[in-house]
Design a protein around this ligand. Sequence first.
Ligand code: FES
Length: 183
Amino acid sequence: TADTASEHTEDGVRRRDFINIAAVSAAGVGGLAVVYPLVSQMAPSADVLAESTTEVDVAGIEPGQSIKAIFRKQPLFVKRLTAAEIADANSVPLSDLREPQTLAERTSEGNEDILITMGVCTHLGCVPLGAAEGENKGEYGGYFCPCHGSHYDTAGRIRKGPAPTNLEVPEYTFTSETTVVVG
Ligand code: FES
């Protein structure tokens, strides 16, 4: 019903749209009753997605390297910072920051060299480029969003451009020295 739909997250609504579209095309070949259960099994419910976790092995990530993973259907950046990048992040006065947060606040205690952020620009959701990527024109050594020119520093904090906030740090836990469970 419309009431139920309005309570769903965006994902739920999108799934419903997909089901409607699938049902309409199935009507053309006369297989509506068969198609619906298949579609409903394939698409995880919004609740399941919201609870899902992503495990990342950070052992192979070299200092200065950022890898991409997927967390709840969105890009996730996992970066091992170099000593210079850590020093750079720690040298910035908090008063210079649009959303003041220290590197320590954005990392896990004892693992301050591992920066884990969503790979989603907080302006309009493009995927920013990492410092190691050739087209990165970032001025602050972290990530640069090519869509409208937002610059993030080595701690993933917004420094310049239209994005309002820092790259989001999701909840995560180190379950061993090299394994992180995000979510
Ligand atoms: Fe990144 Fe606009 S979406 S700057």
